[in-house]
Design a protein around this ligand. Structure first.
Ligand code: NAD
Length: 419
């Protein structure tokens, strides 16, 4: 993985992807600017009291990229590299993702620049609550609905829901998604992103005529997305031969026992040291000679520096923005089938939508209904993207971006420009 700070930001990549869509759809530069520019950005200071009594000021953001199709929707990230540019990119991708899935949402994203491993649970609660109260004027079930992302969990969403509810004076479960089921969360939300990644792995293998039983794969990241994706893949007969996290990587060519690795990670916090595998260089996890690789950690991990060395015929982007613009061009040149993030990891926002609907109706679905609806809607999106890509002879990423941008643009045109 590249360690140097890139001079280009993920937002540059996101805007370049939009330019590609502009070339195909042929809209004006003015319309490009309208789609490239976030509608609202909020930067907040988050003063918190550390457990030792000292005071520290952290920095947080909420970017609302677009509202044309409905309230904004997107996760909240707690990570050391969070900055406004990253949050802008993630917010733009959320707009496209929601449009691609046909959800009545625009895109948003938020984040706090923090290394959560250096803070106690009580400190993290204070950070989350203060961050929530700082961005409170711009969030709400009708305005902008946050969710978990890297470094945040359903516990953070419970704190957010409570902080918001305390402020308005009544309980508002629809203010965020990814909540615990007991607080209005949806069955199937916790594993929804991973399950969706697995649907896309399955579809891509089928497209290339590779049998799932006995196929091989690797997963980068063993968090909310990577861990579940690895488990669904293994359960379907795919040998997951290497897995990494922020601390290192492990390999077993016979296929890693994902459940046993999960137990090891629950006990130790990292994949290294797992007795059922040997250690390997984490930089090589996406470069092994397997059928499918799943980057499911952070952005810009497949770049000009390593894309030539990707041997797998299939890349399924569990993470947001794992392939930068230059890396993507190399994968395309080498004929790789890349299932882009806005399609591959859309299961999370899709089931978040189901959660929001349930929270507002106070009527809760069983798991079967959630997962059947998820599969139907994601496979519809896969089919639309795959067919459009074939028709236009373009990569899946460009097809997915064009289809979504077209929908957002259409919403803009129908609503008209105010005033
Ligand atoms: P998480 O915090 O639960 O897990 C992140 C994992 O990545 C951890 O195992 C961590 O150790 C690992 N990691 C972090 N930095 C790394 C590095 N430099 N190299 C290798 N591994 C590294 O986060 P998550 O929710 O699983 O999110 C992962 C990705 O999926 C992010 O890009 C996120 O935006 C995207 N995503 C998440 C959801 C969701 O529902 N959680 C939905 C859509 C997209």
């Amino acid at each position: 993985m590249a360690t140097d700070k890139p001079t280009r930001t993920p937002f540059d990549d996101a805007k370049d992807q939009l330019r590609k869509a502009q070339e195909i759809l042929g809209f004006s530069d003015g319309q490009y600017e309208m789609l490239a520019t976030p509608r609202r950005e909020m930067a907040v200071a988050i003063p918190i009291r550390r457990d030792d009594g000292s005071t520290e000021v952290l920095h947080g953001y909420r970017v609302q990229h677009n509202f044309s199709r409905g309230p904004a929707k997107g996760g909240i990230r707690f990570a050391p590299q969070v900055d406004l540019e990253e949050v802008r990119a993630l917010a733009m991708w959320m707009s496209w993702k929601c449009a691609l899935l046909g959800l009545p949402y625009g895109g948003a994203k938020g984040g706090v620049t923090i290394d959560p491993s250096k803070y106690s649970q009580a400190e993290l609660e204070r950070v989350m609550r203060r961050y929530t109260s700082e961005i409170l004027p711009i969030i709400g079930p009708e305005k902008d609905i946050p969710a978990p992302d890297v470094g945040t969990s359903e516990q953070h969403m419970a704190w957010m829901m409570d902080t918001y509810s305390q402020s308005v004076g009544y309980t508002v479960p629809g203010v965020c998604t990814g909540k615990p089921v007991e607080l209005g969360g949806s069955l199937g939300r916790a594993e929804s992103t991973s399950l969706g990644v697995f649907f896309m792995v399955k579809a891509a293998l089928k497209k290339l005529g590779i049998n799932m039983e006995g196929a091989t794969g690797t997963v980068q990241g063993f968090g909310k997305v990577g861990r579940g994706a690895a488990a669904f893949m293994a359960r379907a007969g795919i040998k997951v031969v290497a897995i990494s996290d922020v601390y290192g990587a492990v390999r077993n060519d016979e296929g890693i026992d994902i459940e046993a690795l999960g137990k090891h990670v629950d006990e130790t916090g990292k994949v290294v040291g797992f007795s059922g595998a040997t250690e390997m260089d984490p930089a090589d996890v996406l470069l092994l000679d397997v059928d499918v690789v799943v980057p499911a950690a952070i952005e810009s991990v497949i770049t000009a520096a390593n894309a030539e060395k990707v041997k797998a015929p299939i890349v399924v982007e569990g993470a947001n923005g794992p392939t930068d613009f230059a890396g993507d061009a190399i994968l395309v040149k080498n004929g790789k089938l890349v299932v882009p993030d806005i399609l591959a990891n859309s299961g999370g926002v899709l089931v978040s939508y189901y959660e929001w609907v349930q929270s507002r109706d106070n009527f809760f679905w069983d798991l079967k209904r959630v997962q059947e609806n998820q599969e139907i809607r994601m496979m519809k999106a896969w089919k639309e993207v795959d067919e459009y890509a074939a028709k236009k002879q373009i990569p899946l990423r460009v097809a997915a971006t064009v289809l979504s941008v077209e929908r957002v643009l259409h919403a803009h045109q129908m609503r008209g420009l105010y005033p």
